[in-house]
Write a protein that binds this ligand. Structure first.
Ligand code: HEM
Length: 597
């Protein structure tokens, strides 16, 4: 009649302070494996009554302790508490504050909420979710993402569903040992030498882009030729990715786009651009639906709308990638396996006999589809934001151009190596500052898989007035990791954290605020952190260094004098868009002139 392990389980739930107060014979008995054992060892009646009295007292003590010490998440401040007039009443009854978070076009909402309510603040959650927090606090982020506690935090099921919809079962849609196997399988493609070996391809694409712009500028008779810079960069990034990942020509810059090139650039926008509160609430409810049913809904149910475009893109990418994989495998069998593109590295992992790194053919296709999305628009949009920031700061452009030309002169006509690019201080400062200030992934989704306690680097004040430095969170709490919130924390970045200022990176490391202990790169959250951090960050940084150096050497970028306002549209990857023209996709109209020699 007694449940095995009831007593030890009760003992483990008691606060350690209480357990240490117990008589040693009782605490010892409590730690035994089963209730039956406990009773078999307490043979006389007095021991039994002592045990029952102790149990009763402990239960009362535990209840009282919890009442006195428990911190309810309802007591944590957040939008809706009336600090900021603009936040009051902004929540949707179906999806709480989540639509506000997803449709923010300033890129600073996470930072403003952290400022107003604390670096961990409570969000009004969508239906089906009890607790949701927005987290920007460095200590909490380290705990969730890169400490030994990271295993307690999984990607939220809605995220798996989205990754699964876009790519199938891949590194982005799995957890635990399966995730470790996927990561180990693709990691060989993203090491330092493997990434550096991609530079000649990046260079070729950058030169081609410069030639295209040269021609367009020559053909334009106006004094200030305006180009949609975002569109061209996206084509260049897709072409580069095609070559380095698949040895495949997308034909973007040549204006001969393949079927896949036509479908890819708009898939994130059409899937996630400006979601309605209803769609966000539906997404959240996916957590209660078995994955098999989700897959059927996503792949086969007659839903229509946004799903049609995704399905079409998926079918095209699945077919083309399978063909490419079959070709490459044939080539490898015939002895021509020396290619160094990402697909070849991953296919070699597929042949791996090590079960902790082996990937099946279906998994390899899903991996490549995920990489295509994760690796192309993110880098392209980051470069677009760098040019956007620079377009209103001609003096910084001149400073950067001088740095690049000076370094080129020293190379006496030879191409930059990865080490040369790494040695350009202002170029790297501009890239880091853009990654900090314009992170293309603004929020990440996590969920507490168990009850836990979040450490905080700065105490927060609860609504009750109590100030806490640790926040207990129940299992199931949704955690929205605010990349922008952390990247703009004054305690880490200084009082001008909400200003784009690349010169902050030129200070000596020890003169800068904060400690360099978070994230994959430059103490930023932009590439995430820990065992699920961005695997392609070296790839992205090298491509950004190469493209920005080439473009800045040859062109000058100017914000058009008058024109529509560019906003940050959060379509999973933040894209520059014109307000009211979202259906046209990414738009960044800039005046592009040849830079004086
Ligand atoms: C500026 C460019 C990029 C940014 C800002 C970026 C950002 C991120 C972030 C924030 C995550 C973590 C998401 C999460 O934890 O929920 C991530 C994961 C990932 N990224 Fe990137 N990324 C970029 C470029 C790339 C590139 C170029 C590639 C590959 C070619 C890539 C491949 C991946 C992969 C495979 C993951 C999943 C890692 C895992 O689950 O273990 N990313 N990226």
């Amino acid at each position: 009649m007694f449940t095995d392990g009831l007593l030890p389980s009760l003992a483990s739930r008691l606060p350690s302070e209480l357990v240490s107060l117990l008589p040693s014979n009782v605490s010892d008995a409590l730690s035994r494996t089963t209730l039956e054992q406990f009773f078999s060892n307490t043979s006389d009646k007095s021991n039994l009554s002592l045990a029952l009295t102790t149990l009763l007292s402990l239960t009362v003590a535990r209840y009282t302790y919890k009442r006195l010490t428990d911190i309810s998440l309802a007591d944590v401040r957040g939008p809706g508490d009336g600090v900021n007039d603009e936040d009051v009443g902004g929540a949707s009854w179906m999806a709480g504050d989540i639509p506000t978070l997803f449709t923010d076009t300033t890129g600073t909402l996470g930072a403003r909420w952290a400022d107003a309510y604390g670096a961990v603040c409570k969000l009004r959650a969508q239906i089906g979710t009890k607790n949701a927090l927005l987290v920007s606090d460095p200590a909490a982020l380290r705990h969730i993402m890169q400490s030994e506690h990271a295993e307690k935090y999984i990607r939220a099921p809605e995220w798996y569903a989205m990754a699964d919809l876009l790519a199938g079962e891949c590194i982005g849609s799995v957890e635990g040992d399966v995730h470790r196997r996927h990561r180990k399988g693709i990691r060989p493609a993203f090491g330092v030498p493997e990434t550096r070996a991609l530079l000649p391809v990046f260079n070729g694409v950058a030169n081609k882009l410069c030639e295209k712009w040269d021609t367009l500028i020559s053909l334009d008779t106006s004094e200030a030729p305006i180009l949609n810079v975002a569109e061209w960069i996206s084509k260049a990034a897709l072409d580069a990715f095609g070559e380095v990942a698949l040895d495949y020509q997308f034909g973007g810059l040549d204006n001969t786009p393949t079927e896949l090139a036509q479908a890819m650039p708009t898939v994130l926008l059409e899937t996630f651009g400006t979601p309605s509160p209803g769609q966000l609430a539906a997404l959240s409810l996916l957590q209660y639906v078995p994955m098999g049913l989700i897959r059927w809904i996503l792949n086969s149910a007659p839903v229509g709308g946004r799903l049609d475009h995704v399905r079409n893109t998926n079918n095209v990418s699945q077919r083309i990638l399978l063909e490419l994989i079959e070709d490459r495998k044939r080539m490898m069998k015939e002895g021509g396996g020396g290619k160094r593109d990402i697909m070849s590295h991953i296919l070699r992992a597929g042949l791996n006999e090590d079960p902790t790194a082996k990937l099946s053919d279906d998994e390899i296709v899903a991996e490549l589809r995920f990489l295509l999305l994760a690796g192309q628009e993110t880098s392209a949009n980051t470069l677009a934001w760098a040019l956007f920031e620079l377009s209103s700061r001609p003096h910084i452009q001149s400073e950067l151009r001088a740095e690049i030309r000076d370094a080129r002169e020293k190379k006496a006509g030879k191409e930059f190596t990865a080490q040369d690019l790494q040695a350009l201080p202002l170029l790297n400062a501009i890239i880091k500052e853009t990654l900090r200030f314009d992170p293309v992934i603004q929020n990440m989704f996590r969920e507490a898989a168990v009850d836990d306690v979040l450490p905080l680097s700065e105490p927060i004040k609860l609504k009750s007035g109590k100030v806490i430095s640790d926040l207990p969170i129940p299992k199931g709490t949704k955690l929205y990791i605010s990349v922008a919130g952390y990247n703009m924390l004054p305690s880490v970045w200084g009082p001008d954290a909400q200003t784009w200022n690349p010169h902050r990176w030129l200070k000596q490391e020890d003169e800068r605020e904060g400690s360099n202990t978070l994230g994959m790169y430059a103490n930023l959250m932009t590439f995430s952190a820990g065992n699920k951090g961005c695997i392609g960050w070296r790839f992205a940084v090298l491509q950004l260094q190469n493209l920005l150096a080439e473009l800045m050497d040859r062109f000058e970028f100017v914000e058009p004098k008058s024109g529509p306002k560019v906003v940050r549209a959060n379509c999973m990857s933040t894209q520059p868009m014109i307000k009211g023209e979202y259906e046209k996709g990414a738009q960044l109209p800039l005046v592009v002139k040849r830079a004086a020699a």
